[in-house]
Design a protein around this ligand. Structure first.
Ligand SMILES: [Zn+2]
Length: 467
């Protein structure tokens, strides 16, 4: 029943199992529901409806983001909490590529479609674009960082020793998605793409770097306890020339992958892998991607000089290790929805929680002491606020719970006189700490993750209400 790679036809789906055997999707049986849902969506074109997606409710409930009727559909407004989360995710994503040795840049968001290289790349990319014509020249808004980075790289003098060169941009990107498909964070018209390009000297080096990035993508998913399912889009000539490389990737992954065969030259890449996250409703959403591009260096006249002084065109890897920042956030919110359906309280990781610790003074006379505690936890690098409103303690606890705050500290006369903190830890229970122990635990749980201060008043009573 299994096929040989030389028998594959263009424009078709196949399954490669973990041992490298090829099957038609209808002949492949697995109990892995994640992989089955990827097959249903990609091969059998089952519609995926994100409208009912729980993350959409969380965006509103937690005051993260909302659509803006004064702007276009799919352009979100992030409220202070959401902005804080977005910035933390961007910091996190930047740190991952900095560890890989990437060089961050910022380039323009608009490009002249009359430039042949821009026009050709845009055509091969195949996305619907925003057009802007402020004067005589017409521009398109970027849908990824490729244009700006390639336009910049063509002006660099590169030699072989400079490669591989990794260029990174947190690129706000614009895609004119169909109106009916827009919902929540899953499909939007404006998003942030943590876009990395790796400039390599030849296909061999590109394949080596590709494997490294592949590993990073999987280790990132593992860090958060997520499972990714892969769709390999590969041209027929790359399949025939580099089948061993493809099988190496499948074996690294250790589970079946879906393969789609592409006519050579239809796109700018020879291999393009999309990694799919399975949401709380069991539906796949593409997040991370990695591609090998053999055409754009020539198109944009990006070249490097070999040892003998001869001019060569590099091979370029395009990758977004975290897909888009919005889909990265989508994943955390859908994980929270999974907790909820498993009977736990939904929550975010401590490092990503807008408020990490809330202090609740029992009476007015406990506010001073609460402020003292707040200052010390804050100076240790955590986001901590005080619910100083004149309402009951039980109501304050209820509100903190409804905001998914991971640590709630209730401060009354007894706690104050005994120097003990009574702490409600989300999904754990009530524990007693002294201040040092609490700071110690917070530090241990957030080590290696980005830190940012509160983006709003530390006093709950002094925050305007968004309706
Ligand atoms: Zn790119």
């Amino acid at each position: 029943l299994s096929l040989k790679y030389s028998e594959l036809e263009a424009g078709k789906y196949y399954v490669i199992d973990k041992d490298g055997k090829i099957y038609l999707p209808e002949h492949f049986k697995t109990s892995d529901e994640g992989f089955n849902s990827l097959i249903r969506k990609e091969v059998f074109k089952e519609a995926v409806e994100y409208r009912a997606s729980p993350h959409v409710k969380f965006l509103k409930k937690l005051k993260i983001a909302d659509s803006e009727p004064y702007s276009d559909a799919g352009h979100l407004t992030y409220l202070p909490r959401g902005s804080l989360m977005l910035d933390l995710l961007m910091d996190y994503s930047l740190n991952v590529v900095l560890k890989l040795g990437a060089v961050p840049v910022h380039t323009s968001i608009m490009y002249d479609l009359n430039m042949p290289s821009i026009r050709e790349h845009a055509k091969l990319f195949g996305q619907r674009m925003y057009r802007v014509k402020p004067g005589k020249r017409e521009f398109i808004l970027r849908y990824a960082a490729c244009f700006g980075q390639f336009a910049m790289l063509r002006r660099y003098y590169l030699s072989k020793k400079d490669l591989p060169l990794k260029v990174f941009e947190m690129a706000d990107s614009y895609r004119y998605e169909q109106r009916g498909e827009i919902k929540g964070l899953a499909r939007i018209r404006r998003f942030y793409m943590p876009d990395l390009h790796v400039i390599t000297k030849d296909l061999e080096e590109a394949m080596e770097e590709f494997k490294k990035i592949y590993n990073v993508i999987f280790s990132e998913a593992k860090t958060f306890g997520w499972e990714y399912y892969s769709l390999y889009n590969v041209t027929l000539d790359f399949i025939n020339a580099k089948w061993d490389f493809i099988i190496d990737l499948v074996k690294m992954e250790g589970k079946p992958v879906l393969l789609y065969t592409v006519v050579p030259g239809k796109y700018y890449w020879v291999i393009n892998i999309e990694f799919h996250y399975i949401d709380s409703l069991g539906k796949p959403l593409e997040t991370a991607t990695v591609q090998i591009d053999v055409g754009n260096s020539k198109r944009f006249n990006i070249k490097y000089f070999d040892d003998d002084g001869s001019k060569r065109y590099p091979v370029i890897i395009h990758t977004a290790i975290h897909g888009s920042i919005e889909r990265f956030l989508f994943e955390f919110l859908e994980e929270a929805a999974k907790m909820k359906s498993n009977g736990r309280k939904p929550m975010l990781p401590l490092w990503l929680s807008p408020v990490q610790v809330r202090i609740i003074p029992v009476t007015k006379r406990n506010i001073k002491y609460s402020e003292l505690i707040q200052e010390q936890i804050e100076s240790a690098g955590f986001r901590v606020d005080i619910d100083d409103r004149e309402i009951t303690v039980s109501r304050k606890i209820k509100d903190a719970e409804s905001d998914w705050i991971p640590y709630i500290v209730v401060v009354g006369d007894q706690e104050e006189s005994q120097n003990i903190l009574s702490v409600r830890i989300r999904n754990v229970g009530v524990k007693e700490y002294n201040l040092e122990e609490l700071i110690d635990e917070l530090t241990k749980k957030t080590i290696g993750y980005p830190k940012r201060p509160l983006y709003f008043s530390k006093y709950v009573s002094r925050r305007p209400i968004f309706t």
